[in-house]
Design a protein around this ligand. Structure first.
Ligand code: SF4
Length: 301
């Protein structure tokens, strides 16, 4: 069951723009996070794997080599790529360092753009200007802002270190530079239910965001939530419950909004719960089937 038939996926969007397949390739710019180092907060977001902040002893591979290694793993030919700076806070460094990281990715002829994952309170003007320059040069540029929920009470509870107003301000500033924003949302955060999810969706849509990355809360080893889950103080969404809610939100999303992701995938031993996130295709297939039966993206605005 092909999700693209029912959802305006990033793959579909990029195919329309570039006339062929474009894939995201994750690269690591060796960044850190201000919600860990004390600049904004300490301990990080409670769902985040703080152990991942410990860098390996060896030098980080140059971006070009990371891209080559990932391409070799995928063994795809004649495909173009978006370099996805996903790990940590990918705008948290001096602007010249950022420029050198992004430039290294764009120096690869098969890389047609960038997707930059970051926090709403970590997007200085100089970074927005630089991303707007790349866009003006014809590159596909996405600013992916982690917000997770529009509810300040939950943001506080998960130790995000910013409120929803910070997201609204960052989106407005990105739009001022003509940049597309993708909002990263999580379903199943502590204390939240279906009404919270829909309120969050409506709140980010009100900000005219161009993309959404949606996934269920999954508990990973090394996170603060792992301790709560082990102690029986945290539960995660069941497979059917997630499918139900994800489909409800997708159907309520206008068709011009691009879904960068509709589920999550992780493997043990890093993944603790829910176990259904181990199967990469299960949620995607079931979401597509349900959308086929009930109506595709935008059918329930
Ligand atoms: S989720 Fe992002 S902002 Fe939160 S601790 Fe992890 S890297 Fe930092």
């Amino acid at each position: 069951m092909q999700l693209d038939l029912y959802v305006n996926t990033l793959g579909r969007h990029l195919k329309q723009r570039f006339g062929g397949k474009v894939r995201k390739l994750s690269v690591d710019g060796d960044f850190t996070c201000p919600n860990r180092d004390g600049s904004i907060g300490k301990g990080g977001c409670t769902f985040c794997n703080v152990d991942a902040f410990v860098k390996p002893e060896q030098q980080m591979m140059p971006i070009g080599e990371q891209l080559d290694a990932r391409k070799a793993e995928l063994k795809h030919k004649d495909i173009r790529y978006l370099a996805y700076f996903q790990a940590y806070t990918s705008t948290y460094a001096e602007v010249e360092y950022l420029r050198s990281m992004y430039q290294q990715a764009l120096a690869d002829d098969s890389v047609v753009g960038l997707c930059i994952g970051t926090r709403p309170d970590c997007v200085p003007e100089a970074v927005l200007e630089m991303l707007a320059e790349y866009q003006a040069q014809g590159k596909e540029v996405w600013l992916e802002l982690g917000v997770q929920t529009a509810h300040d009470e939950t943001l506080k509870r998960i130790n995000r270190g910013h409120d929803f107003a910070a997201f609204q301000q960052a989106v407005a500033r990105a739009h001022h530079h003509g940049l597309k924003v993708c909002a990263h949302l999580i379903l199943g955060l502590p204390g939240e239910g279906p009404e919270h999810y829909m309120q969050t969706l409506n709140a980010v849509l009100d900000e005219q965001i161009a993309g959404i990355k949606l996934h269920p809360l999954h508990v990973v080893e090394g996170s603060t939530m792992a301790k709560a889950w082990r102690a029986g103080r945290l539960t995660t969404l069941g497979h059917q419950e997630y499918i139900e809610q994800a489909v409800r939100l997708i159907r309520h999303t206008p068709t011009d909004v691009v879904y960068h992701r509709v589920s999550a995938h992780a493997r043990p031993p890093m993944l603790l719960a829910p176990s259904w996130c181990e199967n990469k295709w299960l949620a995607l297939t079931d979401i597509a089937k349900k959308l086929a039966a009930e109506g595709s993206q935008g059918s329930s605005l």
